[in-house]
Write a protein that binds this ligand. Sequence first.
Ligand code: F6P
Length: 343
Amino acid sequence: MRVGVLTGGGDCPGLNAVIRALVRKGVKEHDVEFVGFRDGWKGPLEGLTMPLGIEECRGILPRGGTILGSSRTNPFSVDGGVERITDNLAAAGVDALVAIGGEDTLGVATKLADLGVHVVGVPKTIDNDLSGTDFTFGFDTAVNIATEAIDRLHTTAESHHRALVVEVMGRHAGWIALHSGIAGGASTVLIPEQPFDIDEVCELVKQRFESQFAPVLVVSEGAVPADGTGMTLQSGELDAFGHVRLGGIGDRLAAEIEHRTGAEARAVVLGHVQRGGTPTAFDRWLATRFGLEAIDAVADGEFGVMVALRGADVVRVPLVEGTGELKLVGPREYAAAQVFFGG
Ligand code: F6P
């Protein structure tokens, strides 16, 4: 059997661990030959392949990024994209494809599976916003990087009696902000799911300055002010899947805090630092287990599914469960963190 593998969307720590696990088990236990497709869906769309075997996977377990490359190419927005993909898969002699990606990459996989392509999905994203799985790999690494940044920012904020605003990724889900904010003892956490009132944020800033400590605020890149609360944002350009490119709320918030409270405020945008570098042990473990289960699904001829973490078990669920609806932070979970906000 010949199996194609691709990694699509934003890269994320643990991608290489999935590839390594797929290949090791596929070659050793299922007699699979692999072909790597480069740069996400661009690979099968343009017939861009690379050799993929045990030798190519040596030493990649702790490495960030992806040896296959990635892109946000959407074959459904390209004329004849689907036909080109099926033709190129056939030309490469591929019987099945493992697509490792987030909402967009797995959304394409879901549509292709409906059209009869033999696809198995592996959920990845630092944003942790895919339904159907308790966690995606990459999230734990991003949270750890953000938490370390918050820890460091506390001491410099205190020394200078400044407010520090840390902008983290997560798109329209506040998981990275909430988990790193709780772990790092943030003075408040602003997430997309709960539009904020700038007056309330400034009140929390003032409360925190009343102690001998200084406020460190964590804001998710997708956080928005509530309507009618005196602060508005401009929306940005769109990517190939129609998503707005986010970013900039940290600077806006710091400027508003300075203006409204008179306290000095600075913003730190963590950006792609959260996605780069070596995965945590948890992400290596989760990515490895996902890879092992995905190649077993292929060997069992079970397609149109993605692997998922449910409690401590790695299971297979229909692809559509992962891509149908985003997994967002619920009001109760956010409310539980609020006891730590302010002073
Ligand atoms: O989905 C992962 C993610 O890192 C988001 O948190 C972020 O909004 C987006 O990708 C950034 O994408 P890009 O690297 O294409 O700018």
